[in-house]
Design a protein around this ligand. Structure first.
Ligand code: GDP
Length: 612
């Protein structure tokens, strides 16, 4: 029944292994190590890869990993117990050797392993014979529901399946698992968030949303670009004096901006006042007459002297989870992160002066930095140069829901590219929203005024490829790329129509655009304001790109543009949720409404703001 059982050290030495067939399992075990264990995603002990399910257990005292693999279609009820029992058996049997750090030896474990397996299989059979007990109310799903989640709302689709997040690797392969039970709490929280956002939209300070938001139906209004009448919400990129269609009217460029974005994009700075001193205070065991608030102060007294257990860590982890959720990390992700820390630390023996809280916090901080640090090099300017040498344009496609800042941030990225002497063709593939093409036309005119041909050896730096409305976006993108190629334009930026993640026809159209045009980079544009909603959007965009691409290796999201970062204070959690879900880097951060308000993510600064 089991295909593989392997015990290896975290350093990578295989101590013992049982394989019923051959080593075709290595890729799955490698994927588990790469995508889960090394990337701090071990919150859940199950990982699906190809046709296999892998379950694992960490032994943090001896730094070991126990992995069992079996065919995904099998339902093996004893695997959790089996993993635990094998773990205990192995520890008991080889305690002395493991304590002496003797990892390289012949562990004769087969007989004991078979015996544990036989016992567990018998246990599973005996369990199957016991008639099912009725669940108590406390065990039931209902007891976990909040009052808000039980309120039925008009138009709500009953029995709608909700999408459960699966780990990064399987996601990028386009496999998202569906859970049959709607996660009412999450839906209610999403609705509340959206209501808050809508309610605060018209106000000056969007972060100060009303305390008890009204629940509204999730209908996003198409944004109407105010032509000629002045754009209320774009003060700095405001082209209200421009008359639509009058491409030649004079633009007075804000020449102060020119030259500020040359070179690589500057790192994001997150304010970090009263940082380290307060932190020190939180961990200071001697009572201080000064104010000593902070989320960890109540755990000051917990000084470890024995192995950490789930139970000892639980209060700290609960506090941390709430703290992360308060900073806008999606609830599901916050849970997973805390579970991952617990798994990573369980069994670890603390030094006499290490407090539980300090150790847990340090481990979580480390995991967060790890999650936010790009796993691969992202150097767009270099990639553009590379494409140029190959005699083709570098192509980036922007996707996301309506109003998140796709066009504005596309224009900022365009500004950065032309500041670095790259000529750009903007492909107006939002053939849906009234005013979308005019908005890009205005940006094009403005950008060309900032960087006139005289600055670039007579080259016109920004061009717009537009074909009006109602046409096939994939076709326009294709023509634009061809045009850029023929005209020796360096970069093509494809603006796509905003779409809700549940809109199947539009998601299908986006998958088609990406499939037929194969951009070098597919960027998902998302607002930093969102919490749980960010996860839903990303999971569904990725899923749709995979499902509708009809390719064995679908092109899903390669990177993220996190917008409106200037409006969130220190509630930087969306950055974590988005990278956790996709495993893809945040390539750009939008920090305002001028062309220079574009930054690169600084993982340490964001984590610092998050843990403050
Ligand atoms: P699209 O529908 O996704 O193309 O969104 P738009 O580009 O039209 O932007 C919607 C609104 O968000 C506009 O008012 C923009 O000025 C604003 N916006 C975009 N990016 C940022 C940002 O980084 N910070 C702030 N404060 N506002 C932004």
């Amino acid at each position: 029944m089991l295909d593989l059982f392997s015990i290896f050290s975290k350093g990578g030495i295989v101590l013992w292994c049982f394989q019923s067939t051959s080593d075709i399992f290595s890729p799955s075990v490698n994927a588990l190590i790469r995508s889960v264990i090394l990337q701090e995603r071990s919150g859940n002990n199950t990982f699906n890869h190809n046709s296999l399910t892998l379950q694992y257990k960490l032994d943090n005292e001896f730094e070991l990993v126990f992995v069992v693999a079996y065919q995904r279609i099998l339902q093996l009820s004893y695997v959790d117990k089996f993993l635990n029992d094998v773990h205990l058996e192995f520890r008991d049997k080889y305690k002395n050797e493991l304590q002496g750090g003797r990892h390289i030896m012949d562990f004769d474990f087969k007989t004991a392993f078979d015996e544990v397996l036989r016992k567990c299989e018998n246990w599973a059979k005996s369990q199957a014979k016991i008639p099912k007990q009725m669940r108590t109310f406390e065990d039931s799903q209902k007891s976990k529901k909040t009052v808000a989640s039980m309120i039925e709302r008009k138009g709500e689709e009953k029995g709608k399946k909700s999408v459960k997040i699966v780990e990064n690797k399987s996601l990028t392969n386009g496999k998202v698992e569906e859970s049959p039970e709607p996660e009412d709490d999450v839906i209610a929280a999403n609705r509340a968030k959206l209501a808050q956002k809508l309610a605060s939209k018209g106000k000056k300070e969007p972060k100060k949303s009303p305390k008890s938001p009204k629940v509204v139906d999730r209908v996003k209004q198409p944004r109407v670009w105010e032509l000629g009448g002045g754009s209320r919400d774009l003060p700095s990129l405001d082209f209200s004096t421009d008359k639509p269609g009058d491409a030649d009217n004079n633009v007075t460029p804000d020449t102060e901006l020119v030259g500020k974005m040359a070179g690589a994009i500057r790192d994001l700075e997150v304010e970090s006042e009263e940082s380290s001193s307060e932190e020190e205070e939180e961990y200071n065991a001697t009572p201080s007459p000064k104010k000593s608030g902070g989320m960890f102060s109540i755990f000051k007294g917990l000084v470890g002297s024995k192995a950490l257990s789930e139970e000892t860590m639980r209060p700290v982890l609960d506090k941390l989870r709430d703290h992360l959720i308060g900073k806008n990390v999606a609830a599901d992700i916050a849970n997973k992160l805390c579970d991952s820390v617990s798994i990573k630390l369980e069994g670890k023996v603390l030094g006499t002066f290490d407090s539980v809280a300090k150790t847990v916090k340090a481990t979580l901080t480390e995991s967060l930095v790890q999650i936010l640090s790009p796993k691969r090099r992202v150097d767009i300017l270099r990639d553009c140069m590379h494409a140029k040498q190959e005699g083709r344009p570098y192509v980036m496609a922007f996707c996301g829901v309506n109003g998140v800042g796709k066009s504005t941030n596309l224009a900022k990225i365009c500004f950065w590219l032309i500041e670095n002497d790259m000529s750009v063709l903007i492909a107006a593939c939002d053939t849906f929203r009234a005013g979308a093409v005019e908005q890009l036309r205005t940006h094009t005119r403005h950008l060309n005024a900032l960087h006139p041909p005289t600055r670039h050896a007579g080259r016109n730096m920004v061009h717009l490829y537009e074909k009006g409305y109602g046409k096939d976006a994939a076709g326009i993108a294709m023509e634009a790329i061809r045009y850029a190629s023929d005209s020796k334009i360096d970069v093509v930026l494809i603006d796509t129509a905003g779409r809700m993640q549940d809109n199947e026809p539009l998601m299908r159209a986006l998958a088609k655009l990406i499939k037929v045009n194969e951009p070098d980079m597919v960027l998902f544009v998302g607002e930093a304001l969102v919490g749980n909603e960010a996860v839903d959007q990303l999971v569904k965009f990725n899923q749709a790109l995979a499902d509708h691409s009809s390719s064995t290796n679908p092109h899903v999201i390669d990177g993220i543009v996190l917008t409106k970062f200037d409006t969130i204070d220190d509630k930087v959690g969306a950055a974590i949720s988005m990278t956790y879900i996709t495993g893809q880097p945040i390539v750009f951060v939008g920090t305002g409404q001028t062309y220079t308000d574009l930054k690169a993510l600084n993982a340490n600064a964001v984590v610092h703001a998050l843990m403050k």
